[in-house]
Ligand binder design. Structure first.
Ligand code: GAP
Length: 438
């Protein structure tokens, strides 16, 4: 993990938040490569969950909601973690994070140092408007899901969609976690990719099973190794207040999970929220928000299946899975669709004008083809340029050499095998495009 965090900093993927001021715990900033990488992850999620389907539409709701939304949803009363405080130094910990507690007891060489366990609400409070009193208090959303539930009627009335259907949303969520850590794993501000899939009660198990497999396949199709990922059904005592049953996608993290029992831990949650949220909102606003099913000529409150994952947590899994230390190099074997840079173009030597001109011509064509995700590099020697591109996960490097001026062909080097192929310039675009989509 330390090596990965260092690489992310060194190459401009991820910087500690507010680093210039000594940092702000639980926040991270995405650098130039990090934002490109995160955009690719979000693009692939959106493609698989919305664009490739006929039964899911998108939404982008406000982050701030009416404060009653969070009362109705149960977050004011129940979105809490158990908190204990050390009576000696007043450090606060999550009571269920046994590893941290044991470590802290060791620093004081004493076990009997804890206060009673209290419930700590994780929502960040804020005020809407110029008066900061109770009446104007609301919260930064801890999940994007409620923005979807409060727009359920709007979407139904403005689209031709029928149950079963889903509404997907990508956006920031905020949680004032008691303890943060393990890089992007547990932070206080993070982006979420959430789908609320509305189904007829009674068909919920079938759709829950469908989305479990669908989401697992998504990770596998983007290169996560089979042995590092699995689906786990949570016991009743571990599920959220709104859930009728939750399955999690677990990833084999290189650190122990919060319980300290296993290195497998939560990457994504796939909950069956039942009719909890729509029923609660209907109760709070005093209006019916049920669904009329024309085919069955019946009215019901739909059940909801919800796959939900943090962009940062997904990024972390993709990075860990792709990180390799080989004899002479460190390489990120990212899936080409996720790689922030698809191709790097080099002139063999940085001081030969005719090579530079040719390389720039190819660079421009590829940049257009790959939506900008292409780099040009003429610094240092070719070996160092390869090492740099390996570290940032660029799948292919194209080199213009002296032969190119005679045979109009270039060398294409593959990141994973380091094998080089000679390709005629006119065929480079189609060659790389085919590889990207294979
Ligand atoms: N709407 C459902 C929901 O919010 P959750 O299990 O609390 O469910 C969903 O969160 C996902 O969001 C998690 O599986 C994880 O990927 C991510 N996530 C949750 N809390 C996080 C945190 N503090 N830091 C980073 N990611 C987090």
């Amino acid at each position: 993990m330390e090596k990965l965090v260092a690489l992310c900093k060194r190459r401009g993927f991820i910087f500690p938040g507010s680093e210039l001021y000594g940092g702000l715990n639980g926040t991270w900033d995405l650098g130039p490569l990090g934002v490109a990488f995160a955009n690719n992850v979000k693009k692939e999620w959106w493609k698989s969950v919305v664009q490739d389907r006929e039964d899911v539409v998108g939404l982008d709701s406000a982050i701030l909601h009416h404060p009653q939304v969070w009362e109705a949803s149960g977050h004011v009363a129940s979105f809490t973690d158990p908190l204990i405080e050390c009576k000696v130094c007043h450090a606060r910990f999550r009571a269920d994070h046994k590893n941290n507690i044991t470590l802290h007891e060791k620093t004081h060489q004493e076990k009997n140092i804890w206060t009673e366990v209290k419930s700590f609400n994780l929502m960040f409070k804020t005020f809407v408007g110029p008066i900061d009193d109770e009446k104007n208090k609301t919260y930064l959303r801890p999940e994007t899901a409620q923005g979807i539930f409060i727009n359920f009627k709007n979407v139904l009335e403005t689209t031709r969609i029928k149950i079963p259907f889903g509404i997907a949303q990508i956006g920031k969520g905020f949680r004032n976690e008691i303890t943060t850590g393990n890089f992007l794993f547990r932070v206080r501000e993070f982006e979420m990719m959430e789908l609320e899939f509305f189904v007829k009660p009674g068909t919920d198990k079938k759709w829950h099973d469908f989305w479990k497999q669908e989401r697992l396949q998504w990770y596998l199709s983007l290169g996560i190794k089979k042995e590092n990922i699995k689906l786990v059904d949570l016991p009743k005592e571990d599920i959220a207040h709104y859930s009728k049953g939750t399955t999690e996608v677990w990833y084999k993290w290189p650190f122990s999970s919060s319980s300290g029992k296993s290195d497998f831990g939560e990457l994504e949650g796939i909950a069956n929220r039942g009719d909890y949220d729509l029923t609660q909102h209907a109760k709070y606003i005093g209006k019916d928000i049920s669904y009329f099913d024309q085919e069955g000529n019946e009215r019901y409150v739909p059940y909801v299946i919800e796959p939900s994952v943090g962009v940062g947590r997904a990024i972390l899994a993709f990075l860990i899975d792709a990180y390799y230390e080989e004899e002479k190099r460190v390489v990120l074997k990212l899936h080409p669709k996720l790689a922030p840079c698809k191709v790097a173009v080099f002139p063999l030597l940085g001081n030969k004008e005719e090579l530079i001109v040719k390389a720039k011509e190819i660079y421009k064509i590829l940049k257009e083809l790959f939506g900008g995700a292409v780099m040009f590099d003429d610094r240092g020697n070719i070996g160092k340029r390869y090492l740099y591109q390996d570290e940032i996960g660029t799948p292919w490097c194209v080199t213009v050499d002296f032969e190119t001026l005679k045979d109009n062909a270039v060398t294409v080097r593959d990141r994973d095998t380091t094998k080089q192929e000679r390709i005629v310039i006119s065929k480079v675009s189609s060659f790389l495009e085919k590889k990207l989509n294979s």
